[in-house]
Design a protein around this ligand. Structure first.
Ligand code: HEC
Length: 117
């Protein structure tokens, strides 16, 4: 029994970083895809009716023009905070700073890019 508990504890410690990534993906899939699209390519269900099109998060060229701090800020405080459209909502009431940080990591996975490259 003790061995089983140790094994389970080890497993949960090992899978913690993976869980953070999964959570960010789940959050993205729950809160972002209706505008940014199931593949993050900016083709969400809402776009037909939107005057400003959501960012294509798989566009490495555009996304590499943003620092992680800017991505964090626009998610937390909304489009207006970086002089973008108010149609990009602010998420500070929905996500903790840690969850927003994890979302930024997820965005970097979608674009396969970093700031400046
Ligand atoms: C109601 C629709 C909508 C939802 C939901 C939404 N966004 Fe946006 N988002 C937009 C629009 C529209 C823009 C583009 C604003 C502009 O270009 O002026 C945008 C822009 C962005 C940008 C800025 C990209 C750039 O460099 O210009 C990021 C980052 C972003 N969204 C992340 C997210 C994340 C993460 C979520 C989910 C937590 C999310 N968005 C949910 C509509 C939405």
């Amino acid at each position: 029994m003790r061995q089983l508990i140790t094994a389970l504890l080890t497993l949960s410690v090992l899978s913690a970083p993976a869980l953070a990534a999964d959570t960010a993906k789940d959050n993205y899939n729950a809160y972002c895809v209706q505008c940014h699209g199931m593949q993050g390519n900016g083709m969400g269900l809402n776009v037909r009716d939107m005057s400003v099109q959501p960012r294509d998060h798989t566009d490495a060229k555009a996304m590499s023009g943003r620092t992680d701090d800017e991505l964090f800020k626009v998610i937390k405080e909304g489009g207006l905070s970086i002089s973008k459209s108010v149609l990009m909502p602010a998420w500070n009431d929905v996500f903790s700073d840690q969850e927003i940080t994890n979302l930024v990591v997820h965005l970097r996975e979608l674009c396969q890019c970093k700031y400046g490259k």
